[in-house]
Design a protein around this ligand. Sequence first.
Ligand code: DC
Length: 701
Amino acid sequence: MTSENFLDLPPLLSAQGTVRLPGSKSISNRVLLLAALSEGATEVRDLLHSDDTARMLDALRTLGVAVELLGDNALRPDSGQAYRVTGCGGTFPVKEAKLFIGNAGTAFRPLTAALALAGGRYELSGVPRMHERPIGDLVDALRQLGAGIRYLGNEGFPPLEIFPAKLSGALVQVRGDVSSQFLTGLLMALPLLDRTVRIEVVGELISKPYIGITLAMMARFGVAVERQEWQSFVVSGGQRYRSPGTVYVEGDASSASYFLAAGAVGGGPVRVEGVGRDSVQGDVRFAEALEKMGARITMGPNWMECERAMPEASSIFQPSSCGGASAPEPGRLKAIDLDCNHIPDAAMTLAVAALFADGTTTLRNIASWRVKETDRIAAMATELRKLGAAVEEGADYLRITPPYAVRGELVEPPAISYVETVHPSTGSGRTVLLHATIDTYDDHRMAMCFSLAAFGGAGVRIADPGCVAKTFPDYFERFARVVRAVPVIAIDGPSASGKGTVAQLVAKALGFRFLDSGALYRLLALAAQQRGVPLEAENRLAELAANLDARFDESGAWLDGAPVGDELRSEQCADMASKVAALPAVRAALLDKQRAFRRAPGLVADGRDMGSVVFRDAALKVFLNASAEARAERRYKQLIEKGMSANIASLLQEVRARDERDSRRSVAPLQLAPGAGLLDTTDLTIEQAVQEVLARYRTVR
Ligand code: DC
């Protein structure tokens, strides 16, 4: 992973909207294999398009199964892919093959079982993590039926070699307490044997709802399984898989969990389409867990909706006294203590939702997390701690206490060097979670569930966001469509255009925070001067910028803990600032500090590249301008008011020279940012300019 490989999610205010879910991974890969083993052709519609299904499709093609992408996909761009799979009637045409199955457990386990009973010679391998995920229990079970399987690496783990052997036996015992995929694999493969076989589960069967999906899909393809409790399963001989014609894949219930939780944390309502009351997927029961946490859930046959139950939810953000925030503020959920055995994947989402709860949440019976894409218990604990939570990690449980509950109060931003502003009307700018870079361990679900941390006030950085391709390639785009980021109004313009004054007054009117980015460059210049750092020493200045101890409050600016007086506004300081601001490394070093000003309920940012670089997603970008003559006159009045002597002609000359210099600058030149609207203030009073900006903001929010 390169250091640039990350995605910054801005602080989020709220969530609302509708998402059509991608197809279920579990159903997609089961249906593909069953269709391949069937007699007749099956049209599989709404298939999940992801790495895991791609591995299954590749494997089936390698085994000689005809798999054809149907041409009418373009008609249903949002609903996955459609394939025609021509079944092989239980006998794969290719009898010898090497299959690479990546990290797709839902492909590896069932293919192992099906190929072990197929009478050919096959090699199955995957990525290094796949070779750390146990498969011994499945191999042991298949060997009881006489299958020939050899470990090519470590005993009990992939890669595997399968060779022809005489199959026999009518009773198989399989462990159920490591992964339910072993039982799923066995169940789906048994109809290939043409005789009655009984499976007995040893130990408590985990993730039972996934076995429910397997049985439902087998039934769709004409094979009935007799089930006695969750302890024994009988597949009678003489049953063959037959194509049901067309199969529509349900939306992915685990993927639904992120959006439903966004509705709970971010206000909602958020609706997911593709799963609902009639779903065969056990993970829909995640909704019950959210209800326990205080969310309100409504359901239809194939949709679910979640919103935060408002009355008791107390706001964790300080309210804005000016009423500038239009969106509901994220509220606290209720802490829960839950056995999550039935919703192992979706329960990861609960772990992150627990950051917004009113106390300690305990998720129990999740030992299977340790053998998933990564050791999810360890990974989850490590990353939650980065956000400031206290986490207790057990062999099969997690106990999560949100940051504010750890200290009994809201948590302040991490370090004094963190640039912080205090606006009189927005309180002290407290945040709920610390800003952190979340490592994702090549685990799609780590990346997706931590997107919820962006509701914690400071935004979040997700490393290696592309790992979501395993099950949900466009997750972040869809997430972005239902969330509302803390709004930014970016204001730029030439000097004496009135931008600083207008920006401050707009911030005040809305109860937003205010960032005077020019003042940051000025403070850096002063810091450099105090330390004797030459204004051309780019790297040293960048280092100084990265560690700048700068702060603003009602009384003014602070540097290294001491107040900065009028020198900040002097011409000499402006000159030095313009030199340091021209250095790309300095600008880069100040980027995160400037972004840290973005806090609920909103930010007005004043300066050169606010709309074009720092806050590209700003809700409103305004470029204030005025004729050079008007600006020279404004400056003249200011100087006279201060009792200084001034000459209007030379001021006009200065203004023109500065405009010329500023617009030609190679780094961050003064120009209209893409998407910025011009506001000519030549004939406007400050108050009129402020009203105009506010009117424009009302049209975009
Ligand atoms: O707005 P001001 O005069 O306080 O800005 C001081 C200097 O910093 C000026 O040369 C413009 C520069 N600047 C910048 O390059 N980018 C910003 N976002 C803000 C100011």
